[in-house]
Design a protein around this ligand. Sequence first.
Ligand SMILES: C[S@@+](CC[C@H](N)C(=O)[O-])C[C@H]1O[C@@H](n2cnc3c(N)ncnc32)[C@H](O)[C@@H]1O
Length: 319
Amino acid sequence: MIGFKLLIKSIIKNIPGIEKIINLHKSTGGTDEARYCYSIWLRHLCLAHKNGFKIPSTIAELGPGDSLGVGIAALICGADKYYALDVVKYWNKEKNIKIFEELADLFKKKENIPGPDEYPRVKPDLDNYEFPIQILTEKHLKKMLNSKRLDSIRNALVNPNEDKGKIVIKYFIPWNDTNVIIPESVDMIYSQAVMEHVTELNHSYESMYKWLKPNGFMSHTIDFKSHGTSGRWNGHWTYSDFEWKFITGRKKFLINRAPHSTHMHLLNKNGFKIIRDIKTTLNSGIQRKKLTVKFKDISNGDLSTSVCFIQAVKRSPMN
Ligand SMILES: C[S@@+](CC[C@H](N)C(=O)[O-])C[C@H]1O[C@@H](n2cnc3c(N)ncnc32)[C@H](O)[C@@H]1O
């Protein structure tokens, strides 16, 4: 049942025209801090490297949020094309430039990766938070951090969506059409705390398959928690579709409530081979008998998986 506070919030969110009075999509949280972006990018990169992937040249990110900072960190490390796909444009040029300068500084200083002491809720965890000098070697960093290259990144941030310089940054907001990105042109697609919000999940995985080059790979952290819609971390699975529609109100998206196994199924169905699946589990949630009809048969694994980190590679159509 919907609690009193959530009921009031939901009534407000359902008032016709409310989205014109209050901004229902104010900000997203993490990527307005350079250290957060640095930490996220290096976590995805380190785990990709463990699976044998090189620093990608062309990257695409779903849901960058408050800044393009995670993509900027990837550009500083060696990528030269970055595509950002979101449904709301939260960021602005000034914020991106500020985060870029701070990120360049962090890489110049070879700062360790901010870990659980600084970002306790961020996943995935790493075994080692030291600067990954085995991936970003002195020689590589010298090339990537030269002032001409950094100027190219700065220019691309000032003039995004131009295809002129050595560095290209393009954004697609909102993106609905798979054709926004050329098929088989991307080396790596990643997201952080986004896939739980995506309304058209199958369409998104299908599009990502099309965008990736053969053997291209993906890296996603997915947070299955209730995002403030319940006092219990997995209480969102107790609401009927009717209650859920009311809770969502006029927001363009909230969370899609898809559990871990739905993502696994869609990844397999859309041609991906899962090569890493790190689950964080919590046993403190709701009792099974409280689940709404739609979710009553979810596995115990789904019911206790609060976050997962997935890396997957594009299978060739023959496999
Ligand atoms: C919780 S925020 C995470 C932002 C950022 N990745 C971070 O780590 O802070 C979720 C983001 O997903 C975006 N989003 C929601 N639906 C999306 C979709 N269908 N495609 C791309 N991004 C989407 C939201 O607009 C928002 O920027």
